[in-house]
Design a binder for this molecule. Sequence first.
Ligand code: S3P
Length: 748
Amino acid sequence: MSFLATDEPRVNRLVIIGLGLIGSSLALAAKSIGLVNTVIGISRRSSTLELALDLSIVDETYQDLASVASQLTSGDVVVIGVPTLSVPVVMADCHRLLSKDVTITDVASVKGSVVDALREIYGDLPEQFVPGHPIAGSEKSGVTAADKHLFENHRVILTPHGSADTEHFLLVSKLWSGVGGLVTTMNVQDHDVILAATSHLPHFLAYSLVDTLASMGDNREIFRYAAGGFRDFTRIAASDPVMWRDIALANQQSILHVLDEVMGNFQMLRKAIDESDADYLMDVFTRARDARNHFGKLLETNTVQGSMTEKTINYRVTPGGHGRGVLRVPGDKSMSHRSIILSSIAEGMTEITGFLEGEDSLATLRAFREMGVVIEGPDQGRVVVHGVGLNGLKAPATPLNMGNSGTSIRLLSGLLAGQSFDTELIGDVSLTGRPMGRVADPLRMMGALIETSQKGTPPLKITGGQTLRSIDYDMPMASAQVKSCVLLAGLYAKGITSVTEPAPTRDHTERMLQGFGYTVSAADSVASLTGGGALQGTRIDVPADISSAAFFMVAAAITPGSDITLRHVGINPTRIGVINILRQMGTAIHLSNTVEVGGEPVADIRIQYAPLKGIDIPKDQVPLAIDEFPVLFIAAACAQGITLLTGAEELRVKESDRIQSMADGLVTLGIDATPTADGIVIVGGTLGQGHVLSHHDHRIAMAFAIAGLRARGEITIEECNNVATSFPDFIETAKAIGLVIGVESRDD
Ligand code: S3P
């Protein structure tokens, strides 16, 4: 494979000092694709130079830099490829012998020591020197291990001290990207701290483990039986000792810091094993497995240790699709959150099936793991939670990251207001812009100590140890998240906490609490409970999410000839606005197999195409369809006549401003859509083609993907990564019913 680009600048002579694995692989890669004009190898060992010539790794060889230095000039790159502690010696030669025009770089795994040496030798940080570190390697070493593919798709970190657009920087970047590397920049300190944890420490652990086992009396026996785990864990203990000795000495402080942390954890692990503390072991192992699986996905897509960027995903939908099939969409997001929250504070074990393995509900799950709850899974929707009781949560070591999830942060704020320990809740850019005053206000009325940013947004800082009082809260907006937040805080308050809602909102918290044996009264728009009781572990079957089903309901509703059946969907009366609205617009929807599962009604939903007409959406349906409006707007765009939505100002504070995001996208596609303060006016028409932005909002992305079924041309939807928050298999499911949809990804 060649990564050679035709545009300049081009490296003339590549001089590699030190023909170890990295140096000789770079020489071989550059030479074999004709990336540079001449490759020169320098080594003190003549046998190495002979081998390098024999193997056609280099064009010319010298035993020292002095023999070639006077020929080098602008456009030539000198790469210092010797072990870390030998870099200063070579650097001193470079200082003495090379003109300022020659570009110099190095490949050492530690950058702080290189920069310190530069300061000492040059008296400053010369622009001609661009420190570098290819994150690639192998346990093999030396010129005979040279591999021309070694750097392909591996990150190369450059830590330039000057500006990153000098000729020298561009030349070094060009060299690495030419051999297939993915060039990134970083500051020196971050580099050394990150690499100490992700690269240096694992090597030292592997060396230490192998050395420990090897020095045991019966080591032959031990190694004879050491298979899979040992082999996987210790492959890197076969690496070059000189190189790793140098790294250990050059990056002392960062390594000691992370080593101390691991040793502390080892001590705790030892104690847990000694004391048969099964909970501690499960806690650590499940948390680690979860983290490994999470980061494993990043590793798979990036082949580098600790990938530092994520790819941006765009969707492209081509006209000509259809909507036919029988499918089950993933588990209900709202119920998945609540299943983890309530089972964590219940007594005993809860088994959950149908759990949504989306980023949002996983953020909730991780938060409880951070607070010491042992949670097994998720494994194909099955999760087992070992509840710790109402007062058994432990202080998390770091802020709890709620990612993109409004439900996580708002529900957890209520629960955490009642704990004895302090917590901080943080989230991604979208969540950090969303209003939290709506939960902070009632919680403060209950005596909670909770801080938001000045704008009333995250991060939320909650000071524990407060005595909460029960309140009767008249909710100013119809919000299930606020209602649930207050009820969860109410579990920790003395007396009866009640919430009155201005319009019915989803009541999963109330229903599920009852499933855990906790008495909740819910009547005439008031939900109340008495604090201080206990929840008992139970079984929860999470049905398919009607909010995810809605995309395929609309797919069938807008596509002539369609017929889609969605299995086992939750049809809680507080969630069925989408069915009511589509029926009013003319869609044929048939429910069957209606049953009650764990206090929640569930049914199969069949949707067949029929021509749609625009309607005035009844205000009482707004809270019942609050998450389904993006895709309902697509139905409105395909309907005959005008659809009018009012009373939906809440849509402006969702994962994006959904009124504006949808209006903008619809207008791009040629639809007459006018946003209003609390809704939108959509005139049905013909969907055209174009690029629309999802604003990182999962439901906007999926809504426009469905629009592709009726569009005249191709629709590209940008920034669709967040679809994974609620519907990880959306693309496969969409293809299964007949959408012609593809995914494109690009590096950020
Ligand atoms: C949710 C409630 C709704 C909804 C959100 C999930 C819940 O938000 O939009 O996706 O699980 O309680 P609001 O309570 O803010 O309306």
